[in-house]
Design a protein around this ligand. Structure first.
Ligand code: FMN
Ligand code: EPS
Length: 390
């Protein structure tokens, strides 16, 4: 299974095409819209999120709410496009407007893709970079992953995400009994945090950063339950599923770090306090007493929950500008006032869930390769039974 995305942040629409989705999967626009709305809800976003009301249009690959095994095309319209038609070159410009509308962006923002992208592609107008480097693209990544989540649900795999930290404020009360409870509680929190008290402080920190013209980052966590044992492989570097998940997290705009299980903490502990002891019971098969490995050994799933965290840096576009250089004049400047988010960590936790769900669904389809959902389910069930009795 694979997908590509296309679309500019202020262009007419975003598109994704998915190939390799098995036939016989129930899929409706409502199912995908639910995920798109979750991405839009997080506290700390700028004015753009009030303009956009992301809605999916399925234009191929699904008939009467069921996939056909054919490529699936998904489209989201950008509501903001109507304000950008001229700038995007999609509407005529009068001679008086020429100067204003065609004004180039020549002042790269530290922390964004502007300067590197301009040099790489030879763009003297850095709008040609920012339009595509914008995290607006994550809308259709979440849409593609909504399909992956449907596949996972059918084979008994659940994915949940939440916010652990924003602007140095850490969530302490992290207990939950089921992923459903985690999801319900994070859905009720504007910062998608399980700890209500910390959540309030996070919102305050976001407001403070905004007032000061600054931005803040944080840490998100994704938890996956129900992955069968032995998905991925130790035999080749590019078959290690743990590495694919790490790359998926790092592919999200503004993510600078990732850890699995106890992650960096493993450096400080002796092996006896790191490795998860193995046990076997007739009802559950092989399980572990602890889950410090976060669900992976040898690049393969252990059958324990996958626990993966990602670090998001603060948003680069600042009202309080940092020093940079105009690429035309080579003069330093300090003014770059643009509409922007002050914190997108809550929204990014939904994106993190999405990219993980996608990789896991791909791994399951690679391993249990099937064109039909019913035979895929049978294979996964057979494998679960085999692994339990092994
Ligand atoms: C959900 C989300 C929203 C974002 N919103 C903004 C924003 O409003 N302004 C901004 O400068 N960067 C924003 N970013 C971050 C930039 O897209 C990102 O820093 C940029 O693409 C450069 O890539 P890099 O940070 O991964 O190196 C956002 C990221 C995410 C995940
Ligand atoms: C549009 C989205 O996020 C955008 C990501 C983004 C960036 O630079 O990454 C910059 C902002 O765009 P704009 O300049 O149009 O306000 C965000 O709003 C979205 O998440 O749907």
């Amino acid at each position: 299974m694979r997908y590509l995305t296309a679309g500019e942040s202020h262009g007419p629409q975003l598109t994704t095409i998915l190939e390799g989705v098995p036939a016989g999967l129930e899929l409706t626009e409502e199912m995908i819209n639910e995920e798109l709305q979750r991405r839009q809800k997080g506290y700390g976003r700028g004015r753009r999120m009030q303009i956009e009301k992301d809605q999916i249009q399925i234009t191929s690959g699904v008939r009467h709410g069921v996939t056909m095994g054919a490529p699936i095309a998904l489209i989201v319209q950008n509501n903001d496009f109507k304000h950008w038609r001229k700038i995007m070159g999609a509407a005529p410009i009068s001679p008086e407007e020429q100067e204003d509308v065609k004004r180039k962006i020549t002042r790269p923002r530290p922390g964004h893709a502007d300067l590197n992208g301009a040099i790489k592609y030879g763009h003297r107008d850095m709008r040609n970079v920012l339009e595509r480097s914008s995290a607006r693209e994550t809308t259709v990544r979440v849409a593609a992953a909504a399909v992956a989540k449907r596949i996972l649900a059918e084979v008994g795999v659940k994915v949940g995400g939440h916010v652990l930290e924003i602007g140095g404020i850490k969530a302490e009360k992290l207990q939950f009994s089921t992923l459903k409870e985690l999801q319900d509680r994070t859905e009720a929190s504007p910062v998608r945090c399980l700890d209500e008290e910390a959540g309030e402080k996070m919102m305050q920190a976001i407001d403070d950063a905004k007032k000061q013209g600054d931005s803040i980052g944080g840490i998100v966590e994704v938890i996956v339950e129900g992955m069968p044992i032995g998905v991925g492989s130790h035999v080749q570097y590019d078959k290690k599923l743990e590495a694919k998940l790490a790359a998926a997290i790092m592919s999200i705009n503004a993510f600078k770090g990732v850890e699995v299980g106890i992650g960096f903490e493993a450096a400080h502990r002796p092996g006896s306090q790191v490795h998860d002891e193995i046990q076997w019971t007739e009802e559950e098969g092989y399980t572990r007493r602890t889950n410090n490995a976060g669900g992976f050994e040898g690049g393969m799933t252990t059958g324990m929950p996958i626990v993966i965290r990602g670090v998001m840096k603060p948003i680069p576009t600042l009202y309080k500008p940092l020093e940079s250089v105009d690429i035309d004049t080579k003069e330093p400047f300090k003014a770059s006032i643009e509409r922007s988010d002050s914190c997108a960590v809550p929204a990014a936790s939904v994106v993190a869930e999405a990219v993980i769900a996608w990789e896991l669904a791909v791994a399951i389809l690679d391993q249990f390769s099937h064109d039909r959902m019913d035979s895929l389910k049978e294979s996964v069930d057979r494998h679960r039974k085999y692994a339990k009795e092994f």
